[in-house]
Each structure stands twice: as structure tokens, then as C-alpha cells.
Design a protein around this ligand. Structure first.
Ligand code: SF4
Length: 347
């Protein structure tokens, strides 16, 4: 635990669950969104953890569905003048940092992330100031201000490779904000890593004893785990990786049954990739009043059809992402380092 701030004791403002739409309403909003995307010269950039109907719409309209690294790259390269980012706020901010000339709209600016909320800039600055000899590496799930403070931004898809690279240069690392992913990369690389103690409220909820029991019920199933999950869950995995890497693992592993420990939003794309395999949700503590325990991010769930249509139609202060220009320039440096580094790995 760092001495400055305890992200694990933070209380997060969970949003209410979005209202269910009727079939007629869904079809109305789908048509409206398609029309508005064309009228606004906009393209949808959606994360794997959004609801299947949102991913389907992004796919049908020529947008992308991917992890946060690929979302950032797709948005920056696409010729559309407006990006509709269906995800959480840091993803919209990242899009704005990389593409300042574009209008970045989100279904709601209230879609947070517990990793971002759990790493406030003032406390993080104090933490970094106390360890000036360390290279600061922050996960993409952070605010523009935290990114601007960092030497490197990284996503889970290249975290191990980047820390390996920095370790080979003899650098000691500050890692923020996810403690489980920080622990995972430290274990994989043997690097000297000092971790901020943030956590993802979705992955933190996977339960070891229940997963052991589930493996007993499905002895032929492989276990796929995102490294934001606790170490005890990672240790039960046949494959560990980012969302894209887990979809690849689903394809490459020979198993016909897969137990998946990450947000259940990924099932839509994963099932497309392996239509003949059976996908099973890894057990959590069970659905709770805050929808915290249901393996589905409550903030990702805010990206509903009605909110997307509203975002495209009205834009403005409720939907448009703006980033202070000085902060943007500061955050662009470590983000570009990440993109350049990623390009050396997978040109
Ligand atoms: S699933 Fe976890 S890491 Fe992803 S946006 Fe939600 S709270 Fe953040």
C-alpha cells in the first residue's frame, strides 16, 4: 500500500442500470444512429466490454470493436471528422489526445473507470515525487493529467513486453494504477516494480474457490484470464492476456469449452471467433445492488442505444470530450512512445 492514498477504500459513484428498451425502440434508435453517423461524418469506436447490440452496430456501420490500444489507433487513422467512442471516459480522452482536430463524442461523460477514479492526479504526483529515480509507467485507464505525468503509457496487450524492455535498460518502475496487472508484469519480467494500489471493480470480483469448483465441474475446459484479475485467479489460467489476446487464445487453444474471467461483454466477439466452442462465465461474488459483482462493468453498460443517438444528435457539453491543450500535449508524449513501441513489436 502506498503511504499517500488508498484507492481500495475509495467509494465510487456507481451509475444506475440503464432502462431496457423495447424491440421497437431498439430498432428506432438503431436506424436513427445509422442516419446520424452519416449526417455527422462520424464513425463508432467501441470497446469489447460494451453490450453486444452496441458492438454489432459498430460493426455494421464500418466502425471498430477492439481493446483500448486498437481503439486509439483506429480512431487516429480513420478519415471521419467525428468519433463516437462507446466505452469509458479515458478512452474518449485518449482519442482526443491523439486526434485533436476531430470531434470526440461519447454516449455519456459519466462513464467512469475505477482505475481512473482510483488514481487522482494530486496523490499520484506526490507518489511519483517521492520516487524520482523511477520511470513512471501508467496504464491507459488513467486521466489525461496522469498520462501527462508519466514517461510511458501502456495497455495490457503490450505491458509485459514494455516492462521487459525497460528492465533490460536497468530502469526501476512505478506502475499505476492496477495492482494486479502490476504484480503480474513484475512476476513475468522480474523487474523492480513499485505498484500503485488501484483495482478494476469487475476483475477484482472473480472468486478463486468458486473457480476451482467450476474447473471441477468442467474438467476439460481451459481457463482464460485477464491480468487485471487477482493473482490467485491468474494462477488458475491456461491463458492470460488482454481482451484481444484472450480472443486469440480462444481460437488457438484446442479446448472445446472455455471458462472466461473478464467482462462478459467480450463474449460477443469471442463467440464469433469460435462459434463451435462453449463459453462459460467465470464465477464472481454474484449480482449485487451496485451491479458491481456481475462480471459486467456498470460504466460500460451506460453505452446504450438511446445515449448514443442522443450523443450524436446533440453533442455539446453532455457528450463532447475536451482536453486542456497543455495537458493534451503532455499526455501525447508517453502515448506516442507506447504506439511507437507497439509498432516495433507488431509492425
Ligand atoms: S471493466 Fe474495469 S478496467 Fe474496464 S472500464 Fe470497467 S472498471 Fe475500468
Amino acid at each position: 500500500m502506498n503511504a499517500f492514498y488508498d484507492p481500495l477504500s475509495a467509494v465510487y459513484p456507481f451509475p444506475p442500470k440503464p432502462a431496457q428498451l423495447s424491440a421497437e425502440e431498439k430498432s428506432y434508435y438503431r436506424a436513427k444512429i445509422k442516419h446520424l453517423l452519416k449526417a455527422r461524418d462520424a464513425v463508432m469506436v467501441a470497446h469489447y466490454y460494451t453490450d453486444p447490440e452496441i458492438q454489432q452496430l459498430a460493426e455494421e456501420t464500418g466502425g471498430c470493436i477492439s481493446d483500448s490500444l486498437e481503439m486509439a489507433k483506429f480512431g487516429a487513422k480513420h478519415p471521419a471528422s467525428t468519433l463516437l467512442v462507446a466505452g469509458v471516459r479515458f478512452m474518449g480522452e485518449t482519442a482526443k489526445i491523439l486526434s485533436p482536430e476531430k470531434t470526440i463524442l461519447m454516449p455519456t461523460l459519466q462513464a467512469e473507470c475505477s482505475l481512473d477514479l482510483g488514481c487522482p492526479i494530486d496523490e499520484f504526483n506526490a507518489f511519483c515525487d517521492a520516487h524520482p529515480e523511477r520511470t513512471v509507467v501508467v496504464y491507459a485507464n488513467t486521466s489525461a493529467a496522469v498520462k501527462a505525468r508519466a514517461d510511458w503509457v501502456v495497455t495490457s496487450s503490450i505491458a509485459v513486453e514494455l516492462i521487459e524492455h525497460l528492465d533490460s535498460l536497468g530502469e526501476k518502475i512505478i506502475w499505476a494504477p492496477d495492482r494486479h496487472l502490476g504484480h503480474y508484469v513484475q512476476k513475468q519480467t522480474g523487474a523492480d516494480v513499485l505498484c500503485w494500489q488501484g483495482a478494476c471493480i469487475v476483475h477484482d470480483e472473480f472468486r478463486t474457490q468458486s473457480l476451482v469448483r467450476m474447473k471441477g465441474l468442467y474438467p476439460d475446459a481451459a481457463v482464460l484470464v485477464h491480468p487485471e484479475s487477482p493473482q490467485a485467479i491468474v494462477e488458475l489460467a491456461d491463458a492470460v492476456g488482454s481482451t484481444s489476446q484472450l480472443i486469440n487464445a480462444a481460437k488457438n487453444l484446442p479446448h472445446a469449452q472455455l471458462i472466461v474471467a473478464t467482462d462478459r461483454g467480450i463474449f460477443w466477439k469471442m463467440q464469433q471467433a469460435v462459434p463451435d466452442k462453449i463459453l462459460l462465465e467465470a464465477p464472481t461474488a454474484g449480482e449485487g445492488a451496485t451491479c458491481r459483482n456481475c462480471a459486467h462493468c456498470p460504466w460500460m453498460a451506460m453505452n446504450g442505444l438511446k445515449a448514443i443517438a442522443d450523443g450524436l444528435e446533440t453533442g455539446g457539453a453532455r457528450h463532447e470530450i475536451l482536453v486542456d491543450e497543455e495537458l493534451r500535449k503532455g499526455a501525447l508524449i508517453p502515448l506516442n512512445r507506447m504506439l511507437d513501441f507497439a509498432a516495433t513489436l507488431r509492425p
